[in-house]
Ligand binder design. Sequence first.
Ligand code: PEP
Length: 247
Amino acid sequence: MTIFAANWKMHHGPAAARELVRAVLARVRPKEGRTLLFFPPAVSLPAVAAEVAGRKDAAAGIQNIYFEPKGAFTGEVSAPIAAVAGATWVLVGHSERRHKFGETDEESGKKVRAALASGLKVMLCVGEQLAERQAGSTESVVLRQLEAGLSGLDAAAVARIVIAYEPVWAIGTGVTATPQDAAAVHRTIRGWLKDRTPAATRSHILYGGSVSAKNAAELLAEEELDGVLVGGASLEAEGWIGICGGA
Ligand code: PEP
């Protein structure tokens, strides 16, 4: 299965989000082996969820949750609230959460467990910063994030998590990892997952970082990539259709 995930970050209120999903779904028809995920801003979730409701190949997700189920946490959204607002997926540990909002590895782990407890599917984002890559620490950073993000989960739960490998230096920069560079890190991640879930079928590992309609087919031709997580190029219909339709 190939997963095409659109992360709209802080773009598109309910009306714009509804219109964009409608435009995309009208032209990207259900196809065996293809899943479409939309991660709009939280307030646009109900609108997006309503649009994807009739499509088994499409789903809506939230970009972030807080790990407590309820309480005095002004401005936060819990996993149960996200679920009733229409999310079936959650992004955890996106690099902007980690590096702009200071989310720690430990907090990402708590969010993963909170999401699973509410029945949400998790896409855990991992990835190294440029200085870490240059220092040769890509593998240790990614494995540390995995270790913390998936701590306390049994093999069955680990097997259900989707991982998005997103090198921080490639997000929103126009610089994309080569398919070979991405594949090398995917193999490391896959090896780590396999050690913990020997009986599981192949885990899904997506690549993210400046994916566009121009480079998506080449990236997806690399068999290590089970899909893409896309920010900028998913914000308007033509670009996103070009990516989802091309594979
Ligand atoms: C992202 O937000 O996860 C992302 C990969 O962004 P972009 O495609 O714009 O690099």
